[in-house]
Design a protein around this ligand. Structure first.
Ligand code: MSK
Length: 630
């Protein structure tokens, strides 16, 4: 790798890295060369006779139990996708518990979007007419609970209500519709333990099933319940990059995924601003990292500090007074790094603790008290900053975000109130928009930080492809200045520029909409699924026939593999910029990158060069356009 990062803010902070703790790129270098067996998926630790490893060029060609490369790879992949799905399902479940309490007792959380609750209830077959909103909510909670823990057989309520009908029929035919999330997660762990499934096709079908658990009991359920509780995002303007951390403010950086606590921190930071001013600060600046950042950015315009791979750099600015973390994507290194600075690192979840961090455990009834305490700790830390350790950057960009499905429909309905999707379909038909690509997922230290996200997207929008984005991909694109009107002027192709200018006008802006629409956090990939479902149903075609694709250019997390599996099951071409550990199973690899298309409509392809990846995606879009007669 020639460079660690293309993010100018991150680069400036890295240049003056003060140690003595190593950063993520240094630790990566110490790991090289990484294990070849592991990289191919050819190692197994599932039983005490191992660890076993298979030589792809000779002996041993089987593990001690007799598992060959395909079985080993398929078992490992199923476990990874199961872990990813479990993370999203646990996230959705925590949100459900809060919604349930908010409906039945006085407390710190209330319902913000009653209309969304009613709309969802209606889709789930719950009668809404003349009913109290709390009663509707309780019935919706019961339906959600079934999707986590239904006894016996059945199908996920959220999947049946929201997936394209044609997909539901296909998944039924394949026998991959999940019964409930907990049951499928348990079964997948059972299925992959010693002496169980030795059929790689059967293991891959189970992987698809877990991808659907992720898509509907994780992502879709999570997004829906969060919108009900905290509101459905609307257009909002903000800023991104480490330059949002400035010397005059108390800086609180929120990091993780579940917005239960961060909503309260935003509230208490406002309330306690006078206390920060008494301590000599101008104000309190809350900012974010990873998907907690996306949640509070989309709903409140809270600035984005940075994304996954640069999380340590937020502390290394010397300006982060408190970093408050919830779950997922939190590097264990943060604890030792925070000790080198004045930063208070606050963990908040019983399953995410770190030696040396302050643990303030979030609970429903104590949410306000705990948020107040966390903000007070940040104010106290502000006065302990060491001027000699300040390593700030002024780099930051402007952005427009908040592209929920509701926002998109509301803008389009200013052109056609009766059929809001019609103008979008017309623009795709006439070629001003060639197709739509979703870029999602993480950073991965194996790729120059943000490089693939940014350069892939620049290629696509220059070819009149509209990009929608979530997660750390959205954060990378935000920092690169691709989420504002100026980016449309600078990078969009002529057709895309024309339609974005028109949409900007009807949205009441004096300038075009951005060429990249930020749709939210990782769980909000469900919003992209909703757009695909609506487009396919409006046109009376399958998702597979649409000129669309998805990409996780710099994926690192098991969650990204689960999301990618769901997208392939929906019928999408899914680009990955980093090879997952599958090459040791030749038949498994052939299925995932080719055969899956015949069975599921979608498939994966792996390419780490942005221009080549954009070319493959563009050719795919052209083939789909041709198939639709465009
Ligand atoms: S946070 S899962 S690094 S996208 Fe959703 Fe970012 Fe990947 Fe974590």
């Amino acid at each position: 790798m020639e460079k660690f990062t293309i993010d100018t803010g991150a680069e400036q902070v890295l240049q003056n890295w003060q140690g003595p703790v190593e950063h993520v790129w240094q630790r990566y270098q110490e790991q090289e060369p990484q294990c070849g067996f592991g990289s191919l998926g050819l190692c197994c630790r599932h039983c005490g006779q191992g660890p076993c490893r298979i030589n792809p060029f000779g002996k041993p060609d089987k593990g001690i139990c007799g598992a060959d490369g395909n079985i080993m790879v398929a078992r490992n992949l199923l476990r990874q996708v199961t872990a990813g799905a479990a993370a999203h399902v646990d996230h959705a479940y925590e949100t459900l518990e809060v919604l349930e309490k908010a409906l039945s007792e006085e407390g710190p959380y209330k319902i913000t979007d009653a209309e969304k609750l009613k709309g969802l209830a209606h889709k789930l077959g719950i009668a809404v007419e003349g009913k109290d909103i709390k009663d509707i909510g309780k019935e919706l909670v019961a339906k959600a609970r079934e999707d986590f823990q239904r006894f016996g057989s059945g199908e996920l309520n959220w999947l049946v209500a929201h997936a394209p009908k044609e997909r539901v029929a296909k998944w039924r035919e394949l026998g991959v519709i999940p019964r409930n999330a907990d049951r499928e997660i348990r079964e997948a762990l059972h299925q992959t333990t010693m002496g169980m499934d030795a059929s790689w096709p059967n293991l891959l079908l189970a992987t698809v099933k877990l991808g659907l658990v992720d898509g509907y009991a994780g992502l879709k359920l999570g997004t829906d319940l969060q919108d009900i509780l905290f509101g459905t995002p609307q257009p909002v303007f903000s800023e991104a990059n480490l330059g949002v951390l400035t010397e005059e403010n108390v800086n609180i950086v929120m990091h993780g995924h579940i917005p239960l606590l961060s909503e309260k921190i935003v509230e208490w930071a406002r309330k306690l601003t006078p206390e920060a001013q008494k301590a000599g600060a101008k104000s309190i600046q809350v900012s974010g990292i990873c998907c907690t950042a996306n949640e509070i950015l989309m709903r409140h315009g809270i600035p984005l500090a940075t994304n996954f791979l640069a999380q340590e750099l937020a502390i290394a600015t010397g300006l982060t007074d408190a970093m408050i973390v919830d779950v997922q994507c939190i590097m264990p290194s943060l604890a030792s790094l925070a000790r080198c600075y004045h930063t208070v690192l606050i963990t908040t979840n019983p399953i995410v603790k770190m030696d040396g961090a302050t643990h303030l455990e979030w609970s429903y009834q104590q949410a306000d008290e705990m948020a107040r305490k966390a903000v007070e700790l940040a104010i106290a830390a502000y006065s302990k900053r060491d001027p000699a350790k300040i390593n700030a950057t002024r780099e930051k960009t402007t952005l427009m975000v908040g592209f929920s499905v509701e926002t998109i429909i509301s803008i389009l309905s200013k052109i056609d109130a009766q059929e809001p999707l019609k103008p979008l379909v017309q623009e795709i038909s006439n070629g001003d928009i060639q197709g739509v690509v979703a870029t999602v997922g993480c950073n991965n230290v194996k790729i120059t930080h943000d490089y693939l996200h940014v350069n892939l997207v620049k290629e696509l929008i220059s070819k009149d492809v509209l990009v929608v984005t979530t997660g750390c991909s959205a954060n990378a694109l935000a920092k690169a200045g691709l989420l504002n009107s100026e980016a449309t002027e600078k990078w969009a192709g002529p057709g895309l520029k024309k339609i974005l200018s028109l949409l900007g006008q009807v949205a009441g802006l004096d300038k075009p909409l951005p060429p990249v629409w930020h749709m939210g956090s990782c769980v909000d990939n469900s919003r992209i699924g909703d757009v695909l479902t609506a487009l396919a149903e409006y046109l009376g075609v399958t998702v597979q026939q649409l000129p669309v694709a998805a990409s996780a250019p710099e994926h690192q997390h098991e969650k990204a593999l689960a999301i990618g599996t769901w997208a392939v099951a929906m019928g999408c071409l899914v680009h990955l910029g980093v090879m997952p550990p599958i090459l040791g199973g030749q038949e498994v690899t052939a299925f995932l990158t080719s055969g899956a298309e015949e069975v599921l409509g979608g498939k994966f392809f792996v390419e780490s060069d942005p221009v080549k990846a954009a070319t493959v995606i563009y050719e795919h879009i052209q083939a789909k356009r041709k198939g639709l007669g465009l």
